[in-house]
Design a protein around this ligand. Structure first.
Ligand code: BEZ
Length: 223
């Protein structure tokens, strides 16, 4: 007979001897994907239990709202029951939970480069997600083309910045590269017809290489 206690002990044993953390996630969110890629890049998979969560700007999941009153994913419940959100905070916390190379450089220019890349990727996503909500969630009669055009200009500006400063993405992955890659992956997923690669050849080359990483392949977005 299957020994259920074995399953339980496997689930609850971690390198730190603590219970797994719980990550509210879904496969479409690029902000969640950041965390899922980060978990894989830092070999923390066994420490995280993923809880599939449906979210939209107008409906909420009671369990998620209890953990994060902002009702947004990703949210991470720690083994003491407290919760962390959003993706920059969760990733920086996870970086303290492994003994390998840190993905948030501790100080100096490398830190500011990584954080600026993270802000650029998150900013592209913030603008892109606002456009997506405007077109896919807001009733047609309330949609505002000027709003979509303004937000689209912001994400295009972020992409152009990355093309100009693509050298800052070189080297071993950091939170910066992970965020940028998840932003580009989400644009492919939701805005394939925007053709972001056109006129951004250096960013395209960088992304295609990053996309081959197992952490990215294991977390491809889906609806
Ligand atoms: C999406 O469905 O594209 C999405 C879901 C959650 C957060 C952001 C985007």
């Amino acid at each position: 007979m299957l020994d259920l206690r074995l399953g339980e002990s496997l689930l609850t044993t971690t390198i730190h001897g603590v219970k797994p953390m719980k990550l509210f996630f879904n496969n479409a969110s690029p902000f969640v994907r950041k965390v899922r890629v980060f978990v894989r890049e830092t070999a923390l998979e066994k420490n995280i239990e993923e809880i599939a969560t449906a979210v939209s700007p107008v409906t909420e999941s009671p369990a998620l709202s209890k953990a994060n009153p902002l009702a947004k994913i990703p949210a991470l419940i720690l083994d003491d029951g407290s919760a962390l959100f959003d993706s920059p905070v969760i990733c920086e916390y996870l970086d303290t939970m492994h003994a390998g190379r840190k993905l948030f450089p501790a100080s100096g220019p490398a830190r500011w480069t990584a954080l600026k890349l993270q802000a650029t990727g998150d900013g592209i996503l913030d603008a892109g997600v606002l456009c997506r909500y405007e077109m896919a969630v807001r009733p047609k009669e309330f949609q505002w083309a000027g709003w979509v055009a303004g937000q689209t200009k912001k994400w295009h500006g972020g992409l152009d910045l990355l093309e100009r400063e693509v050298g800052t993405l070189d080297g071993e992955p950091t939170i910066g590269g992970i965020t940028v890659a998840c932003a580009l992956g989400w644009l492919d997923f939701r805005y394939g017809d925007d053709h972001w690669r056109d006129a951004r050849p250096r960013l395209t080359t960088w992304y295609e290489k990053f996309l081959a990483r197992p952490s990215m392949q294991a977390t491809m977005p889906s609806a």
